[in-house]
Design a protein around this ligand. Structure first.
Ligand code: KIV
Length: 284
């Protein structure tokens, strides 16, 4: 399939033309290459890497170096989708300088086109600094997983008036600070709709209902690779966990019974005698 590289103006343009933005996470080269061969607009190297690929119980332990290594791997598989790197916990909270330096690493070392970071009003100044350094920023508000301990768990945010007002203000502050898009996670769909209406930049929802300008999911959830985690907002489009177990089960059976490897999957010596060549070290 022939498609043009997705740019940030193109993502913003999709809001104006009312065509939905599609986004998924990836953490390695193989999956990135598969995704890039589809029409997916945005590939996010999410800090969900911590849970999905590294086996941590939440996103907090993943480090800048780990995020950069995975972003580099994903980049090798991506030619056309817009690549966004997720700034991990404590990589942008300390100071504006720290935030710019770490955001810069995603572009310079990771090959990303933009970064994402969590928080609204409280990180608006950091967002402004990063954008002023020439680095595009995607915001992320609502149920921000790096604040899991503050929230007391992964709880839907913005259900009461006070919280809803705060999240709306967060969205407006991020837009003012120069963010090019905002992820809305784990909020009621009518609130997501109101925010989407009042912003000029696109909203990308996850657990935020159908009124956002786009949607993002964790790839492993969509593929049915994460068995012990099925929140209400996840739709499984495949059951690869079962497919993989079936394939591996078949392999085990065939190795044990001697069916694999058969002649078709083995190398053979040549039937005709080798012509002796002076100085030759023979065939492999
Ligand atoms: O880390 C992540 O995967 C994310 C999203 C899915 C929005 O932040």
């Amino acid at each position: 399939m022939d498609r043009k590289p997705v740019t940030i103006p193109a993502i913003i343009g999709k809001k104006n033309s009312r065509s939905k933005i599609t986004a998924l996470t990836a953490y390695d080269f193989s999956f990135a290459k598969i995704l890039d061969a589809t029409e997916i607009d945005i590939i996010l190297v999410g800090d969900s890497l911590a849970m999905v690929a590294l086996g941590f119980p939440n996103t907090l332990p993943v480090t800048m170096d780990e995020m950069i290594a995975h972003t580099r791997a994903v980049k090798r598989g991506v030619q056309n989708s817009l690549l966004v790197g997720d700034m991990p916990f404590m990589s942008y909270q300390v100071s504006g300088e720290q935030a710019i330096a770490n955001a810069g690493r995603f572009l310079q070392e990771g090959g990303a086109a933009a970064v994402k970071l969590e928080g609204g009003l409280r990180v608006a100044q950091k967002v402004r600094s990063i954008v002023q350094a020439g680095i595009p920023v995607m915001g992320h508000i609502g149920l921000t997983p790096q604040s899991v301990h503050q929230f007391g768990g992964y709880k839907v945010q913005g259900k009461n008036l006070l919280q809803a007002r705060q999240i709306k203000q967060d969205a407006r502050e991020l837009e003012k600070a120069g963010a090019f898009a905002i992820v809305l996670e784990g909020i009621p769909s009518d609130l997501a709709g109101e925010i989407t209406e009042c912003l000029k930049i696109p909203t990308i929802g996850i657990g935020a209902g159908p009124h956002c300008d786009g949607q993002i999911l964790v790839l492993h959830d969509l593929l049915g690779l994460t068995q012990d985690f099925t929140p209400k907002f996840v739709k499984r489009y495949a059951n690869l966990d079962a497919e993989i177990k079936k394939a591996v089960g078949n392999y085990i059976d065939e190795v044990r019974s001697g069916v694999f490897p058969d002649m078709e999957h083995s190398y053979h010596t040549e039937k005709k005698p080798l012509k002796k060549v002076e100085g030759s070290r023979g065939n492999h």
